[in-house]
Design a binder for this molecule. Structure first.
Ligand code: MG
Length: 389
């Protein structure tokens, strides 16, 4: 058993939405195919992934370093102890050869995307959905049949009215979601508060609404927003400031009683440990949103989780960023608090299987082997072509 090829291609997201800090008009993502020599129904088993959303395609690093390292390794050295499947931990170690400490995001997204594609192949070789395989290895064997899921929505669109925003939120509730998130920081505070109050009219209460500032604010503005948002008792206030400004996070946590959230822009276990050590993050209420394919993948995610658990963090405090089937399978497999969903944005890269059903805020999990991209027709077409299937 061996990996015979790893291919990648950059695909534009074709999105005209914006958050407080940037628009997505140039956004791309890397799609990866890990092709094995294991045959099923006359075709090679292939693992797929893409580097989630919000970070650009990273094929250069993959082509220059990580793909050649895997393909040059002795195939037997990449197998698990029984020799009947690939071992993602060993493959991660091969990709990390000759890599200097620190400087994580230069490589964590490229490595994590390949690593998650390896897991897709591993689960297919084992003939199990990825969330089932992860539940057996990391979740104490408890396999859920659905996963809590919230909508990462409320973006700033060109020409958008308050009524448009309310209609969007009504659509999410009608689709079965119970928790929605909206962007803040793209307009002056007074205008953002009008948007927020309009959305609260639709969703009913603050515990059904989170807000995301996408790292926009300096100290004065972050404190101003925290003061203004506090009375609404929102589900969480996400990324008020620079993701590495742990001093400001700690200050916010000391004055803002409702939950804070961050993590989608932290790429290493050490960064997450620094957040909970120096950022004042509270295990009893705050939310951590690491995006596994952007942060070295699933093996490293398990290591980060172990660090957090030693510090008293419950798994229910983790909501992986991403809004895709990779994060959904990881949230379900590890028994986390929930997953994100991006209905209607990011084109073929947003959303779940075409036949996925949302009810009472939870999404039914797929029985397809692997991550389940085969159930997303438009996205799978790109993956299948990349692998030459
Ligand atoms: Mg966010």
């Amino acid at each position: 058993m061996r990996i015979v090829d790893i291919r990648e291609t950059a695909i534009p997201l074709k999105s005209n939405i914006a958050n407080s800090s940037f628009d997505f008009s140039e956004m791309t993502t890397s799609v990866v195919a890990v092709i094995t020599d294991v045959m099923r129904s006359g075709k090679p088993v292939c693992g797929f992934a893409f580097n989630s959303t919000g970070r650009y395609a990273c094929g250069a690093q993959m082509r220059a370093r990580f793909i050649p390292r895997i393909l040059a390794a002795d195939p037997g050295s990449l197998l698990d102890a029984r020799g009947d499947n690939l071992d993602p931990e060993k493959i991660l170690a091969v990709m990390m050869k000759r890599e200097k400490a620190g400087g994580h995001s230069e490589r964590s997204i490229a490595i994590g995307t390949i690593e998650v594609a390896v897991w897709d192949a591993v689960a297919k070789i084992a003939d199990k959905p990825l969330h089932v395989l992860l539940a057996e290895r990391f979740g104490g064997g408890q396999v859920p049949d659905k996963m809590f899921c919230y909508v990462g929505g409320g973006w700033y669109w060109p020409g958008q009215t308050i009524r448009d925003l309310q209609d969007e939120m009504r659509r999410h509730l009608a689709a079965g979601y119970t928790l929605v998130k909206m962007k803040v920081g793209g307009l002056p505070l007074e205008d953002d508060l009008h948007r927020l109050e309009a959305v609260l009219e639709v969703v009913g209460s603050g515990d059904r609404l989170a807000v995301d500032a996408n790292c926009k604010f300096d100290r004065a503005e972050a404190l101003r927003y925290a003061h203004a948002l506090a009375p609404f008792k929102l589900r969480w206030f996400e990324e008020p400031c620079d993701p590495l400004d742990f001093a400001l996070f700690a200050e916010l946590a000391s004055v803002y009683d409702a939950p804070l959230a961050t993590g989608e822009n932290l790429y290493s276990t050490q960064d997450v440990e620094n957040l909970v050590t120096f950022g004042g993050f509270r295990p009893s209420k705050d939310v951590i949103q690491i995006d596994p394919p952007q942060a070295y993948g699933i093996v490293q995610y398990a290591r980060t989780l172990a660090v957090l658990e030693r510090r008293g963090w419950p798994r229910s405090a983790l909501f992986p960023h991403g809004g895709n089937q990779m994060s959904l399978a990881i949230a379900a497999g590890f028994g986390l608090g929930g997953a994100e969903s991006y209905p209607g944005v990011f084109g073929i890269f947003g959303g779940f299987a075409d036949d996925a059903v949302v009810a009472d805020g939870a999404i039914a999990l797929s029985g397809r082997p692997g991550i389940g991209f085969e159930g997303q027709a438009a996205l799978y077409r790109i993956m299948r072509d990349l692998a030459g299937l």
